[in-house]
Ligand binder design. Structure first.
Ligand SMILES: *Cc1c(COP(=O)(O)O)cnc(C)c1O
Length: 386
């Protein structure tokens, strides 16, 4: 069962006495015990079994097993949201006084975690720019514990060299944690390049249909064990219903992603030829500054494109107003194509300088290319740009 598509479909929990074909939904908060001895052995973890759904549940276990196999990981734990995965993973592993090195271009709430909340617990961070990965070693301090990054980045669609990060982490005995949300395990498996843990917001391409929130962390078993113990006490567990939805979604991840990527490449090629756009960034466009790295670590280019509209903030807003088919939404990785203008929305609270540093220019637009017919997506963008 080595091939991705087969793992996606055939990783399934044990059948119940009803011999159902498709996985049933176990909406139960708790489980019963045979007798006092069974209960004692279960609580002391001599037996591996379900006790309470804040700890484990058959549906969340199936979802986690599938992601772990896809990522080449030893084990994992599933969370209610991508952010609870990011927070609980880091909070479980960091102590007061520790230091994180992270790419500056990280998801907005992850940035808030580093800048607003971790300082409360005396956890500090240093950012590196995606174009200056060679300077990471200069940022390492005696108290540095973790290197954290997302690639492709949001919303700039830059690529960070995972092999390089893996080497630096190994050399300095640091943990490498990668948020693999934009690529999914179908396109990129960071553990192969030396990541210790991989995090996903399952809300995006893993669900892929804009329905449920979820998150997951997979990786080395000893680290996952610490994350599990933290989480079973603090309570960020994924709901069994969402786990069931997400595990079903994974069955179609490869076919969905193939089409997302095919559509996105065509849209990117179209945008590159448009007179009103510049700086079109898509990992598998030859013009992408990190095209070679993208080819090395990704199977295809993903579903997200960024580009700049000539004319700055106003032109960006006008474009967003003019789209008819594409949705105006902050989400991404949906069957429906989505456009966003970070400078006037998600990143409007950042200072001009902070935006520049994060690579968010006034005219930057992000498109999450969906599964509509590609000619219809292109026609909509064309009329909106005109
Ligand atoms: C959306 C997202 C998150 C947060 O996930 P939620 O499920 O919304 O909590 C984290 N990282 C990246 C890269 C994301 O795109």
């Amino acid at each position: 069962m080595e091939n991705f598509e087969t793992i996606a479909i055939r990783t399934q929990m044990e059948r119940s006495q009803y011999l159902e074909h498709s996985t049933p939904l176990y909406l139960t908060s708790s489980y019963i015990f045979e007798d006092a001895e069974d209960m004692r052995a279960s609580f002391s973890e001599e037996k591996e079994r379900n006790i309470y759904s804040r700890f484990t549940n058959p549906n969340t276990s199936e979802f986690v097993d599938k992601i772990a196999k896809m990522e080449g990981a030893e084990s994992g734990y599933a969370f209610a949201t991508g952010m609870s995965a990011v927070f609980s993973t880091l909070a479980a592993l960091l102590d007061s006084g520790d230091h994180i090195i992270s790419a500056r271009a990280v998801f907005g709430s992850t940035h808030s975690l580093f800048t607003k909340f971790f300082p409360k617990w005396n956890i500090s961070h240093s950012y590196f720019n995606v174009n200056e990965v060679d300077k990471i070693e200069e940022l390492i301090k005696p108290e540095t514990k973790i290197i954290f990054a997302e690639t492709p980045t949001n919303p700039g669609v830059d690529i960070i060299d995972l092999e390089y990060l893996g080497k630096i982490a190994k050399k300095h005995d640091l943990l490498l944690i990668i948020d693999n949300c934009f690529a999914t395990p179908y396109l990129q498996t960071p553990i192969k390049f030396g990541a210790d843990l991989v995090i996903h917001s399952a809300t995006k391409l893993i669900d892929g249909q804009g329905r449920v929130l979820g998150g997951v962390t997979v990786g080395k078993a000893d680290l996952v064990r610490e994350i599990y113990l933290f989480s079973r006490n603090t309570g960020p567990a994924l709901s069994p219903f969402n786990a069931w939805v997400l595990s079903k979604s994974l069955e179609t991840l490869p076919v969905r992603l193939d089409r997302h990527c095919e559509n996105a490449l065509k849209v990117a090629e179209f945008l590159e030829k448009e007179p009103n756009t510049e700086n079109v960034k898509y990992p598998f466009l030859k013009s992408h500054p990190h095209y070679e790295i993208a080819k090395k670590q990704m199977k295809q280019g993903g579903s997200i494109i960024s580009f700049e509209i000539k004319g700055g903030i106003e032109a960006g807003r006008e474009f967003i107003d003019a789209v008819k088919l594409c949705s105006r939404s902050a989400n991404l990785g949906d069957t429906r194509s989505i456009v966003t203008h970070p400078a006037s929305t998600t990143h409007s609270k950042l200072s001009e300088e902070a935006r520049q540093e994060a690579g968010i220019t006034d005219g930057l637009v992000r498109i999450s290319v969906g599964l509509e017919h590609v000619e219809d997506i292109i026609a909509d963008l064309k009329q909106a740009l005109g």
